[in-house]
Design a protein around this ligand. Structure first.
Ligand SMILES: Cc1ncc(COP(=O)(O)O)c(C=O)c1O
Length: 474
């Protein structure tokens, strides 16, 4: 008999549907030789999205700097010999050179725990430019309040580890939510408090929605510490309007809550507009954690684990004057630093090629092509929903997901059964609504609109047929 050990029960209990039973069955089908279309996760390059050339050219040089001077030598030689060899442009070579000059110790050394100052300064400039902030409106971003992280997931783990002190500490999360939040709250030993954006009103918020969940938690002795907002949303793909954002800030101020603004999809708007929580907060003294990542947007560099958290406000945390940022720094120091390639990508995300060069045009063209493609694919899927009986989809489309409501699931079945049977019938791997949480009695699924258009053209008619037959059993 094998020995038994006791482990952290929080880890036994946590759930993460995005990699749960439906994708596991899809993997099994692949092993059986059947092809599937993985729409269960926002992992663009796994579905064929090409990386941005500028990012990859610079990264390759950063990892092997000798190639910068080698490329320069080859360029000089071929100019005189007219040999047709493709080389990196001076723009790319200079960018890599300057980056390494600032980094000083190369990509193989630990950096400052927060991340190098020049990267944090670039992030601050990016935030101020994005938000139209300047010295006159007194809401400038401060590089000292920025921490580079291994993706946004790492930032969430750090924040919740700091905020949650015991099981009665509550974190409000939107339902449906990205399960990173429920899982990390569980892992940190706190309590998840659900609030329910109004689906029929495009997933927007009102005061009652927030107050109701706060009061309910209070009745159970829960001390609410923070509210999470994901904008644009995952899994709903919705984009919040300014009223909803201001409402969250008023609510947080009234109840002295921290706001965790997950803004990793800020570039995935498809015509909609994005207001950052930092801009909306302005000079108000609200503890705000804003997250960004290189995984999403048009960047799609999920595997490289780049990202940052910007913290506004710095409350005291102990009687002897220690402040939140001191603890954040101490916590970051324990991991030494975030990975340097993720740091480089974060720098390129916030500081892309500016001058009007061939490379900057190429960057803009690739960026537009990726976002246009995503927009077209979202539209293709939304159009298919119109032909599916009992399927409704709400919200201004953002992020990389659609979260349709399945109104006519046959009695005795639920959205898990629907998704499993959809997978078997069509190869389309989605995640059922229950994996993200949903109002009792409703059914949904989440689909990432990432697969190539050709796959969608083939699978969408099959899905329409599947859906209409499936619900005829109800
Ligand atoms: C809303 C949201 N936040 C955070 C993450 C995690 O991103 P990262 O790859 O930066 O850890 C994801 C990933 O899908 C996400 O959808």
């Amino acid at each position: 008999m094998s020995k038994r050990i006791s482990i952290n029960p929080n880890l036994i209990e946590l759930d993460y549907a995005v990699r749960g039973k439906i994708p596991q069955r899809a993997a099994e089908m692949e092993r059986e030789g059947r092809s599937t279309i993985p729409c269960n996760i926002g992992n663009p390059q796994a579905l064929g999205q090409k990386p941005i050339t500028f990012y990859r050219q610079v990264l390759s040089l950063l990892e092997y700097p000798t190639f910068i001077s080698r490329e320069r030598t080859i360029k000089n030689q071929i100019q005189s010999e007219t040999v047709p060899i493709e080389t990196f442009s001076d723009t790319i070579l200079d960018y890599a050179d300057e980056f390494l000059g600032e980094l000083k110790t190369g990509t193989g050394a630990y950096t400052e725990s927060k991340g190098p100052l020049f990267i944090r300064e670039a992030i601050s400039n990016f935030i101020d430019k994005r938000d139209g902030a300047d010295v006159t409106n007194g809401q400038l971003s401060n590089p000292d309040n920025i921490f580079l992280t291994n993706g946004a997931s790492d930032a969430v783990r750090r924040i919740l580890e700091i905020l949650i002190t015991d099981k009665n500490d509550g974190i409000m999360i939107p339902i449906p939510q990205y399960p990173l939040y429920s899982a990390t709250i569980k892992r940190s030993g706190g309590t998840q408090i659900n609030y329910y954006p109004d689906e029929d009103m495009d997933w927007l918020l009102n005061e009652e929605i927030l107050e109701e969940s706060f009061t309910e938690a209070e009745k159970f002795g829960i001390n609410t510490k923070a509210i999470v907002v994901i904008n644009p949303g995952n899994p709903t793909g919705s984009i919040l309007d300014e009223d909803s954002i201001n409402l969250v800030l008023d609510f947080a101020e009234k109840h002295n809550l921290a706001v965790i603004a997950d803004e990793v999809y800020q570039d995935n708007l498809y015509g909609g507009s994005f207001t950052s929580f930092a801009a909306a907060t302005g000079v108000r003294d609200i503890l705000l954690f804003s997250l960004h990542s290189t995984s999403k947007g048009f960047h799609g560099e999920c595997g490289h684990r780049g990202g940052y958290v910007e913290i506004r406000s710095n409350p005291e945390v102990t009687d002897d004057g220690l402040k939140l940022l001191d603890i954040f720094l101490k916590q970051a120091s324990v991991s030494l630093c975030s990975n340097t390639i993720g740091q480089c990508l974060t720098y390129m995300m916030v500081n892309p090629l500016q001058n009007e060069t061939e490379d900057s045009y190429k960057y803009e063209t690739e960026k537009a092509a990726i976002l246009n493609d995503l927009n077209t694919k979202a539209y293709m899927i939304k159009s298919a929903f119109k032909e599916m009986l009992g399927v409704e989809c709400f919200g201004r489309t953002g992020a990389m997901y659609l979260f349709p409501r399945l109104n006519n699931i046959p009695a005795g079945k639920d959205d898990f059964d629907y998704c499993m049977e959809l997978l078997e019938a069509t190869g389309l791997c989605t995640v059922n609504g229950a994996g993200f949480g949903q109002k009792n009695g409703t059914h949904h699924l989440r689909i990432a609109f990432l697969p190539p258009k050709e796959s969608l053209e083939t699978v969408l008619p099959k899905w329409i047929q599947f859906n209409n037959q499936y619900i005829s059993k109800s």
